[in-house]
Design a binder for this molecule. Structure first.
Ligand SMILES: [Zn+2]
Length: 143
């Protein structure tokens, strides 16, 4: 039988992933903002979801769903005119792929913790604790 990891270790693990997420999501956030600005031009700003899987793997336009094509240094949708700089697109695609791998690893880690007897409720509590400690540490650092 596997040794049960102690709770402090799990909190430390969550804190580490929180800090990594904050650093690594930046390019994807830039791409999201770019699409959002384009999509909401002339409309009221509201939340929407980007189909990243379709966007990066099937080259679907995030605005209208038609196929986007690479024209010189830009990805272009000929139907609605949406464009994204190829450099930002490629960096965001790479970050998206890395994020998917990380999410799979995180899911595997939680499956292990469940096997060790931790309930989802308990893990949620430890995650909450990690969020609170991370926020507090960041406040202390910026002081
Ligand atoms: Zn389009």
């Amino acid at each position: 039988m596997m040794d049960r990891e102690d709770e402090e270790k799990i909190v430390e693990y969550y804190k580490k992933t929180l800090r990594e997420d904050a650093k690594e999501g930046k390019t994807l956030a830039d791409a999201y903002r770019h699409i959002k600005n384009h999509k909401t031009q002339g409309y009221t700003t509201r939340l929407f979801l980007v189909d990243w899987e379709g966007y990066f793997n099937e080259n679907k336009c995030p605005v209208c769903g038609k196929t986007i094509t690479l024209k010189e240094t830009q990805y272009l949708c000929e139907k609605c005119g949406y464009t994204m700089d190829a450099d930002l697109y490629e960096r965001a695609r790479k970050q998206y792929e890395e994020k998917k791998v990380k999410q799979e690893k995180a899911a595997e880690k939680e499956r292990q913790l469940h096997k060790q007897g931790y309930t989802q409720k308990k893990l949620d509590e430890l995650y909450e604790k990690a969020v609170k400690e991370t926020v507090k540490e960041e406040e202390d650092e910026s002081r």
